[in-house]
Design a protein around this ligand. Structure first.
Ligand code: HGY
Ligand code: MN
Ligand code: MN
Ligand code: MN
Length: 416
């Protein structure tokens, strides 16, 4: 487990430089920082240390999110006090992901706190910087698990039973990290104390590159969901089993991957991805008995997403029948298109009049919380436009511009 470099930075690039070696994935490339695994636990420690260096009051909520409070001058003023302005993002990553998806929002929030301190901003409202757990859903399969629990968007019993690739449950793993898993679930009192949540995130596209701007305001998040196909056939020997005698679920899985591409291509703006295919038992010289594969499908119109998934399901059934296999489909999570709070986004636009407005195809904790509190997003330019890959990038100057924009927005919201 690589430890972060000694704390001391205040620039966004400096802060991210302190954690640059945490969770590097020598096998896949990029970074793999899965919730409650070593790298993410190190990032949690780093975040707490950064917060304490800034005299922020740190607490962990019932769902494992870390909240660092910059007290207001009003009543209570700290954890959970009323009329708070909150910013932040996540520290976890996809497997072999980039260095900015998540951590850029957390580091920019810490740098924004430094700017507010330097400007002598003191307000009745408190400010909190939050790091949500399992935003990518890379370990337990449900994206934005921490913010969904907070907002009551997932049943706590279902969350406790989610399993990672090793079969370990969220309850077991989170308890091992010190969380009282009997208490996970909605936290309406905490949400009631928040007047606005603004998440800064690296742009996962080329919008700002094409517009020649460093920072954008978010407008909406594409509706998207995750589904699991399980194809069962007959496990057997790769060498002794004649082709005519096979009931090979991997052949069906290959057809489903192509069916997903074809179904999405048939609908403008639709996206469908099969990014994970897991044969069981998974031997090189073994015909799998079962193959699990996960579909990620997205579209601005929920009905089109449903139609795309239905078409893929039809093709999967046809393919399975042709191979003497069976196939089941389970919806793991779904969230419709989110439009950020118009009033809040309008206030951001008055603070950042030159910032363009962009939608995003990527999910975010802000998208989940939009159902419960006023939320908005800022995006910082990514020169490659690539994300969920080591190619993800953000120039130092743009990262600083993002932090200044966030500080300007937070200062205005704190004072209103
Ligand atoms: O999958 C997403 O869109 C997000 O990055 N979790
Ligand atoms: Mn992501
Ligand atoms: Mn993200
Ligand atoms: Mn996201």
């Amino acid at each position: 487990m690589s430890a972060p470099a000694p704390a001391g930075a205040t620039s966004v690039a400096g802060l991210l430089g302190e954690i640059a070696d945490v969770g590097r994935d020598a096998t896949r490339g990029g970074w793999s920082r899965f919730v409650y695994a070593d790298a993410e636990l190190t990032l949690r420690e780093w975040f707490v240390e950064q917060a304490q260096r800034r005299s922020l009051e740190v607490e962990t909520d019932r769902n494992g999110a870390i909240w660092a409070w910059r007290p207001g001058t009003g009543p209570a003023g700290a954890a959970g006090s009323p009329h708070a302005i909150v910013t932040g993002s996540h520290l976890d990553s996809v497997p072999g992901g980039g260095a900015f998806d998540g951590p850029l929002g957390v580091a920019s929030a810490l740098a924004a706190v430094d700017l507010l301190d330097a400007r002598g901003v003191r307000t009745e409202r408190p400010l909190a910087v939050v790091a949500f757990p399992e935003e990518e859903g890379a370990r337990f399969g449900v994206a934005c698990l921490g913010s969904r629990l907070l907002a009551g968007a997932i049943d706590p019993d279902r969350a406790r039973g989610l399993r990672d690739a090793d079969g370990r449950t969220f309850a077991e793993v989170a308890a091992g990290a010190g969380l009282d898993v009997d208490r996970i679930g909605p936290d309406p009192a905490r949400l009631a104390g928040i007047d606005a949540f603004v998440e800064l995130h690296v742009e996962q596209g080329r919008g700002l590159v094409d517009l020649g701007q460093p920072v954008a305001i978010g407008s909406s998040i594409l509706g998207h969901g995750r589904w699991r196909f399980s194809v069962t056939g007959e496990g057997n020997h790769a060498g002794t089993t004649r082709m005519v005698d096979r009931r090979d679920p991997m052949v069906v899985a290959a057809g489903i991957v192509l069916a997903a591409r074809d179904a999405a291509v048939a609908h403008a703006e639709a996206r469908a991805t099969v990014g994970r295919v897991v044969p069981v038992p998974g031997g090189t010289n073994v015909i799998a008995s079962r193959v699990d594969l996960w579909l990620d499908a997205r579209h601005p119109d929920d009905a089109v997403t449903a139609a795309v998934v239905a078409e893929i399901e039809r093709q999967a059934s046809r393919l399975a029948a042709a191979q003497g296999c069976a196939v089941t489909l389970t919806e793991e999570s779904y969230g419709g298109t989110v439009h950020f709070d118009a009033d809040l986004s309008g206030r951001l636009a008055r603070v950042l009049p030159d910032a363009p407005v962009l939608d995003t195809g990527a999910g975010h904790d802000a998208g989940v919380l939009a159902s419960a509190i006023p939320t908005a997003m800022l995006f910082t330019r990514n020169p490659t436009g690539v994300s969920h890959s080591p190619e993800e990038a953000c120039e130092d100057a743009d990262a600083e511009a993002g932090a200044v924009a966030l500080a300007d927005v937070l200062e205005r919201l704190l004072q209103e």
